[in-house]
Design a protein. Sequence first.
Length: 281
Amino acid sequence: MITSLKKELLKAKKEHYAVPAFNFDNLEMLKGIIAAAEDQKSPVILMVTESAAKYMGIEYVFAFGKKAVETSKVPVILHWDHGFDIDLIKRACDNKFTSVMLDASTKEFNENVKLTQEVVEYAHARGVEVESEIGHVGGKEDDRNSAGGGYTNVDEAFEFNKLTNVDALAIAVGTSHGIFKSAPKLQFEIIKSVVAKIDTPIVLHGSSGVPLEDLQQAIKCGVTKINIGTDLKIKNAQALRQWLNENPDGYDARKFGEAAIEAVKLEAIKKIKAFGSNGKA
């Protein structure tokens, strides 16, 4: 079901829940995510990173994503996540993506603004919405590793939002991409301050492994989009290992694929319920 990023996020802000944003790396993960959203009658953001798209084949991703949006029984936002290559971001805009994200968060402020403005101009002209990031959420994202860039400065977030006209803004408040090496400590006061200062929906990246009660507190502070990737990858891999261990002579990819779909679905359902988006489709 076709929808828009900002429409769903503003509705979530008004009704005090967050829209789950799930990364997929293969067809099984995509099917598990959609199955979970339909089971729970939840809107969902279906995300793909550059390296995942290259692995699956960019044209295949365009086709899979477009079909998922068109045939799903719930609102689906097809989102190009953590785009570093502006040419690929523009290709996503030209191939029916609902929204795209430019990640220039490691760049100097003015350079981040300049690059984001370029993407916003191109995307908005084609009816595509844009997310960008101010303050850098570190860890392992896509094929890149980086240290965290500190917390988002509230005044910088306000200025960045004003200059770029983005539709969603990701901020750095203590989360990290990949697997946490120590317990995360979310800076809820920063979230509150940013939300109080700007109307643009706020996004939390690197949320796999964060206690659900902390994510729920972030939602109460005003976060409306929460990104989950690693948690689904782990469940996908665990399901494959278990099936292959239990079926040492098994070879039918459809069978272990079904196990992976179910595992991803169950993990996505857990997140959907925790974020309060169930029944909001």
